[in-house]
Design a protein around this ligand. Sequence first.
Ligand SMILES: [Zn+2]
Length: 488
Amino acid sequence: MQHRPGAGGPHPRRQPPAVRRTDDVAQASLDAWHVLARTWDIWWTRRGGFDTVAARAAERTAALVAHARRHSPFYRDAWRSLASPTPALTSLPPVTKRELMGRFDDWVTDRRLHRRGVEAFLTDRSHIGERYLDRYVIWKSSGSTGEPGIFVQDAEALAVYDALIGVQLQTPALAGRYALGFVTHGGRAALVAATGDHFASIASWQRMCRGSPWPTARAFSVMDPLPALVDALNDYQPAFLASYPTTLAMLANEQRAGRLRIAPACIWSGGECLAPSAASTIEQAFASVLINEYGASECMSLAYSCPAGWLHVNADWVVLEPVDRHYQATPAGESSHSVLVTNLANRVQPIIRYDLGDSILVQPDPCGCGSPLPALRAEGRRDDVLMLRAHDGAIVPLSPLALTTVIEDAIAGQRFQLVQTAPDRIAVRLGNVDPDERVAEFGATKRALDAYLSHQALDNVQLALDAGPPVPDPRSGKLREVIASVHA
Ligand SMILES: [Zn+2]
């Protein structure tokens, strides 16, 4: 799953520029027009019921496959042996992030895009949310496999993602919530995320802030110590709050304890899998409505939650195929080993039968909420919130997203795992087997983590290099990067 960060670190927050340039305004108008057109298309398609949705998806799939075959040398090579000029989607070979990233320049369909140029753009963090070559939005992610990925989005894809979010929010129940939010808190929106690098969540947020859908929007860093974040949110009093489920759960604890005192009309969770128990805890703590989005850097909006507790696939714009470890279809009602994603919105970097790594379970029966869209439950990698004991005995919760962001900034692209082994002790497991490189990597990890922990008033916490490598979850086979084997 996820828009979760792949690398980055605790950098100063940047707000979008207060004054927009003329071309930004022109671009925003054009974007708004695109989004409106796509919103109407989504409404009309879904009003027609499941068959209409499936027919639109089939048309879009055929067009995407033809486009990829014509303009992506990677797919042309991969499909060379296919006889049919219009192959069925299920006859195409699945692809992995490693394969695609290994041939990035051949994967993309615009020959002006090169991995080297894109990486140079991503290195400069002053460009977060800005367009590359004046037309593409780019973000990076490690996702649930830990493998670094770079994702390029064209204007059509961005308009579709925005329209999908808009359609999710325009239910009668939520419209009332929005009106309430505008009345009570001037419509202020807050995003709490890893804000310091080119990640999908912050890049999209900055882009949306430039188009100004809300009167006031502000991003808060998940790297800040929790008490500072709580103070900032108390001052800001957001009407809408968006963050990762683990961070929302931490904030819900603060709200219950009375330290956080906000009354958001609506809460948005995304970027990690949300456990059903966490959803109700968050809703109850804030007496608010929670919308959970199942998304990924590869396709921003795969599915979104319904009142019956399921996730409905945006099946007019994305194809999700649950599969076993041999890429054979998993029947509805059973948990899959992985899921293949085909993103029907983005032409510049085609995602076609892409192995996302998440386990999903498709609901075999029609959903009680009445939606015509297929329903599923998703289980991506679930990292733990660590509860560490400070030298004065205080218990300090740490977001797994913040911890992994710190480490990925220190040892980009290397496999690691953090295990809390005592109230004030964390073991670091590294995937690298070379003895000298392990020592150097642990040194870099320790320096970065010590600085972060000290910022959280946890300079008493001890870090130790574990002799063993990271251990994947025995049940799912996925690597959980942050594990609390004990709590303070
Ligand atoms: Zn439903």
